[in-house]
Design a protein around this ligand. Sequence first.
Ligand code: TRP
Ligand code: SF4
Length: 491
Amino acid sequence: MTNKLDPWSSSEINDYSKLFEEFGISPFDNVLPEIPSPHMYMRRRVIFGHRDYEQIAEAIRTGAPFSVMDGFMPSGKVHLGHKMVMDQIIWHQQRGASAFVGIADREAFSVRGFSWQKCREIGVEEYILSLIALGFKPDGLIYFQSGCGSVKDLAFELGVKINFSELSAIYGFSGETNLSHMISVATQAADILQPQLEEFGGPKPVVVPVGPDQDPHLRLTRGLAGKMSMFRVEERENANGGKYLSVRGKGALKEALQELKKRIPGKVKLYEEHLDIIQTSDYPFLERLVSQINQPEKKRYFTTELEEVSKFANEIKPYEFSGYEEYFVFRKVWKLTLKILDEIVAEVAAEFEGYAFIPPASTYHRFMSGLQGGKMSSSVPDSYIALTDNPKEGAKKVKRAKTGGCVTLEEQKKLGGKPDECSVFELLLFHLAENDDELLEIREECVCGTRMCGSCKQLAAEKMYEFLKDHQEKRELAREHLDEYNIIYKK
Ligand code: TRP
Ligand code: SF4
């Protein structure tokens, strides 16, 4: 069965591994070792896939600037599924990301037909209060799409590079689709690219943690990042197999290319629509290149990086790599050259009103199933737990949930339970059991029939009660401190 990813109808994913082949999502296992103290969702394989997360892992390790961005359509109650996204936003924020959260009132207005007033109420009462209660720090930006001028302007500009054929290929839009719905799609792409605007420090890696249903938006936005950029830096090979860098500027102004040539202090050949860098990447060249960066913070960052690399290889001879060590040095120097060049290219693009977007990275997490089995559905309150559910009621829902246990106790003792088909186990795995060893023990006891569902339900219900009670207290605290947060409302 093939997967269809559709952001507007709650899709059920039949086979997560298919997403790897069909949509080019990479398995998360590949980057896991590169992440210092990974989040519980990462360790437990709740996050199963990613695009380009390597650059985020690197930024976390090195302290380079990066952002986390996410959006919530104000459509109904905030529930445990939203908590998963919020937890990830906060985790990245704690690791140095500048954080952006958009309340997608344009989407709710155009797709659900909600009034602006309703969007605002749901946005604040449901999503923003819980986001803050879960630990979002006040230095992040929260905005309603309709109140954010830069997102609206960017969405309009992105519209030049989006045509109807592409929207119908990605989303299945037809002649019946209303224009505002299409605008809301461009707006979401603008949400995702906004952290890279000059006013927020320019191009940088951005991660968008989502469920796989939101991937169409990421595919669109990643394509737009390339199409909107004034230049493209490429690695090329000459006739002798030697590597060199080339900056392609199709459609870029002549003046912009000339300015770029001026800013690269080495051997450069300028053509109609591109320039080739024939200069060897040695230390003196890189030093000169770094000095061409205008932004002081970035200049400082790359100066340190360069010192690191030169310490590592007190003599840099990038083009003579015979042994492993030299190859290693070569890789480091090459990577650094690329990054510094990207920086200068971005500055020149900005001087000529152009962009230099890095395609956004993303992570994909598994969906929780409904408490009664099957899908979670907002029209069936017993299928999910809202973060605003009365704690006693929440605990009751856990006790009524479907387990992977057998019909009789005797049977269960003999055959064991099935934790992978158990929504109580899922609650522990996704949210309630903080300790990996504890979780593993529960799993083992379940499988070999020494654990009965009653004790799991009791444990999970108690933890749920405590979590909801604590969370709701924190929500009330958040309400009192709302004005200390950076929130842009619709005017
Ligand atoms: N479409 C998302 C939803 O249905 C909301 C959203 C808006 C979003 N902008 C975003 C998600 C940017 C991720 C990134 O909930
Ligand atoms: Fe689920 Fe626990 Fe029952 Fe196993 S014992 S099926 S984990 S509730």
